[in-house]
Each structure stands twice: as C-alpha cells, then as structure tokens.
Design a protein around this ligand. Structure first.
Ligand SMILES: Cc1cc2nc3c(=O)[nH]c(=O)nc-3n(C[C@H](O)[C@H](O)[C@H](O)COP(=O)(O)OP(=O)(O)OC[C@H]3O[C@@H](n4cnc5c(N)ncnc54)[C@H](O)[C@@H]3O)c2cc1C
Length: 390
C-alpha cells in the first residue's frame, strides 16, 4: 500500500519474516490478551529463536547486527497485529538490550546478553519516576556508594515501566551526586534484595504490555552492576531516547496501517442506500487523507532510521529529527484510528472489531518516550536556537 520502498533485499526478508511471525503467533491471541490484560510471553521465546531480540546488537556480541531501520520494520510489522507486544519488544530490545550491548563491560555483556537475546530473560528500562516524567533529570532515585567502594545502596522508585511485572533485568538510572546531570546506570536483577515491582497498572490501551513501578528500598548491589563510569550516563540516556523515538514511530505506523486496512475492507463490503459506502465522497476523503498522512510519516520515519544507521544523525539534529518522526507518526496514528472508527460506524465502536483497540493503543505513543509537547519543544529549540529560551 505504501509508496516507500527503499528497503534492501535483507530488509524485505526481515519484513516478511516478522509479518509471518505476527500472523502465526500474535493474531489469534491479542484480542483475549487485550481484554484480560495478559501478556504473550511465548512470543518472546519465538522472537528470540528468530534472532530478533538482539536486533541492533553486533554479531560479535551474539546479536543480529542490524540497525534502526531493521528494528523499525520489526516494530511496524508486530504492531500492525499486536501493538502491545511491539511495545514490550521495543522496551526489551531497544531500551534494555541495545543499551547493554553499547555501554556495558565485557563481563556484564557475558552475564546478560545471551539470556536477553535468547528470550530466556525479559528486560526493561527505568527512567521515569512518580515525580519526574518529562523532566527526567529531576529523578530522585539515589545510589549511594559504600565507603569501600564495593557496593551501592539504592533508594527510590520508577514508574510506568514497560515489562516491570514480567522482566528479569532492568537498565536503571539513578542519581549518584547532587547535580542534575549526576546520573549513573545500574543493571538490576529482579531477585536483588530490596528490589520489588509494584502492582501492575491497568491501562486504557497497550493492555497486553505489562507496566508497573520499580521500587528500591535499601537495595544493596555490587559495584560491578554499575554500567560505565559513575555520573557519566546522561549522554547515553539521551542518545537512546533518540533511537527509541525513531523506532517507536514504527509502532504508530503499524497501528495506522492496520486501521486503514480494516476500514478499506469494511468500506468496500458495507452497503447503505443500496451501494458500498466506499462510493461515498466523505468515506473516500477519510481513506485518502489517512493513507496520505500514513505514507508521509512512513517516509520520514524510515529516512530518519536510514540516516541513523549511516551515522549521519548526531547531537541536536538527531534529537530534532527523531522528535519529528515520532511526533508526526504518533499523532497520525491516533487520528487515522479515529477516522477508521468513523468509517466503521457503530461497528467501529464495539470490541468485536479491532479498530477501537487501535485507537486506544495509538494514543500511548503520543505520551510515552516524550510527550507531543516535549517533542515540539525539542524541535522548536533546534530551529529557533537560543531565542526560543527567551
Ligand atoms: C504505558 C506506558 C509505558 C511507559 N514505559 C516506560 C518505560 O519503559 N520506562 C520509562 O522510564 N518510562 C516509561 N513511561 C513513561 C513515559 O515516558 C512518561 O509517561 C512520559 O515521559 C511523560 O511523563 P509524565 O507521565 O510524568 O507526564 P508529565 O511530565 O507530568 O507531563 C504531564 C503533561 O504536562 C506536559 N508538560 C510537561 N512539561 C512540559 C513543558 N515543559 N512544556 C509543555 N508541556 C509540558 C506534558 O506534555 C503532559 O501533557 C511509560 C509510560 C506509559 C504510559
């Protein structure tokens, strides 16, 4: 359906593989999981066996050795069937596994990567806290180093953490100094004493992607769990946010595509006043607008992913481009899902058809990984420079 066809043969093969996986292992289950707020754990074992959980990890570290484009393709294809699993897949592979591969020591990689890449362990990332969402640098979780330097004691909590209720390993940020930028990273195992996850949140959408708090109560961990140098995590945290924003746009694309497909099928079939509703100008207008915006967002997102993979997106430009891809795609998906509900009329509003789920799932991407408002600020600052700060 889409005009964007800049994929290599390898990328097209990946697209087919993930599409098949989604049809075989997600399609039959998502409706019930969405209803019951379950989780498709089995899907992660299969994603592991397909080599997709370490999609951006170099082959030398046991991964697929692919990049942002491949990850975005994978998330788009999974999300076109089951956006919840796509979100959990992204939290695992981009927010946790990719960061371990990029920033962890050889010993840490040896301990964590094989099990995370096979799907034996699930991962997540803890940055947001109850008192600090958009203002992430105001985080209050503290890690205090022992006098002999051999351990840290963590206190505080993280909230809205994807895979919190089901994950084994969390890539977590904590303050190790008084300054806003004194942020360090720690690898937290579920079994660590003083660590727990709060109750699972009940959500409007993405209901089959479990979310919870992560709680640290005098959580004593060995210094060997720290990733990188103390107080040196800000840059890698922000860089990963850019990658997250490009690749999460793939989830919005997948949802929008599924919504348009459902609406087109319905509009061709449904007859009112003796003719298919597809013959009505108002329906054609909704389909045409939805398809045009989907194509535009898809072109921007994959262009960003390609530039990222070619090493051509750095610094503030990378942040602004990633913000543009996510801002436009996320808004587009919510709007398209709403348009498609309207095309289905009453059937769009009831749960027997998936389009109402598409709308509930799509909305999350306007909030997670940076709200629309924060992304607009990032873009405006890059364009207007210092003047934007007043
Ligand atoms: C389902 C789900 C999964 C998530 N998964 C994770 C995860 O795995 N790991 C993780 O660390 N976090 C995760 N998050 C957290 C997510 O990134 C935050 O919710 C998001 O960054 C917004 O923070 P907040 O909810 O505290 O909102 P707030 O920051 O309190 O914002 C509230 C409102 O104020 C606006 N606002 C705030 N500051 C400004 C400003 N300066 N200018 C204009 N408007 C502003 C916001 O745009 C928003 O509309 C998840 C969230 C959800 C809902």
């Amino acid at each position: 359906m889409s005009f964007f066809s800049g994929f290599s043969e390898e990328e097209k093969l990946l697209q087919d593989t993930v599409r098949q996986f989604a049809r075989d292992h997600l399609a039959q289950k998502i409706e019930k999981l969405d209803e019951e707020e379950g989780f498709n754990r089995e899907a992660f074992h299969i994603l592991g066996s397909l080599g997709l959980l370490g999609i951006t990890v170099p082959e030398s570290d046991g991964g697929a050795g692919l990049g942002a484009t491949a990850a975005t393709i994978a998330f788009e294809e999974v999300a076109a069937v089951d956006a919840s699993t796509a979100l959990s897949f992204l939290a695992h592979s981009i927010l946790c596994v990719n960061q371990v591969a990029l920033n962890a020591s050889p010993e840490q990689k040896k301990k964590y990567l094989p099990k995370l890449i096979s799907g034996e362990w699930l991962g997540g990332m803890g940055m947001t806290e109850p008192g600090s969402g958009s203002d992430a640098l105001a985080m209050r979780t503290r890690a205090v180093r022992s006098a002999d330097g051999k351990s840290y004691t963590l206190n505080g909590s993280k909230t809205f953490i994807t895979n919190g209720p089901v994950g084994e390993v969390f890539y977590c940020y904590a303050k190790t100094g008084e300054g806003k930028k004194d942020i360090s990273t720690f690898l937290i195992d579920r079994s660590m004493k003083g660590f727990s996850t709060g109750k699972k949140f009940s959500k409007m959408g993405m209901r089959a992607s479990p979310t919870s708090e992560l709680i640290f109560e005098n959580c004593l961990i060995d210094s060997s769990q720290r990733v990188g140098n103390e107080g040196d995590s800000l840059k890698m945290m922000m860089r990963n946010l850019d990658l997250e924003r490009i690749t999460i746009a793939g989830i919005s694309l997948g949802i929008a595509r599924a919504a348009i497909d459902a609406a087109v099928t319905y509009a061709r079939d449904r007859k009112q006043f003796g003719k298919p509703i597809a013959s009505l100008g108002v329906i054609q207008e909704r389909v045409a607008e939805s398809s045009a915006w989907y194509d535009a967002c898809r072109a921007l997102t994959y262009q960003c992913a390609k530039l990222w993979d070619e090493g051509k997106l750095e610094g503030k430009e990378a942040s602004a481009m990633a913000a543009k891809a996510k801002l436009t795609s996320a808004q587009m998906a919510t709007k398209v899902a709403l348009e498609c509900i309207q095309i289905l009329g009453g059937y769009g509003y009831i749960r027997e058809f998936p389009v109402e789920r598409y709308m509930r799932d799509a909305k999350l991407i306007e909030i997670g990984a940076g709200t629309n408002e924060i992304l607009r600020l990032i873009i405006a600052r890059q364009i207007l420079g210092e003047a934007s700060l007043g």
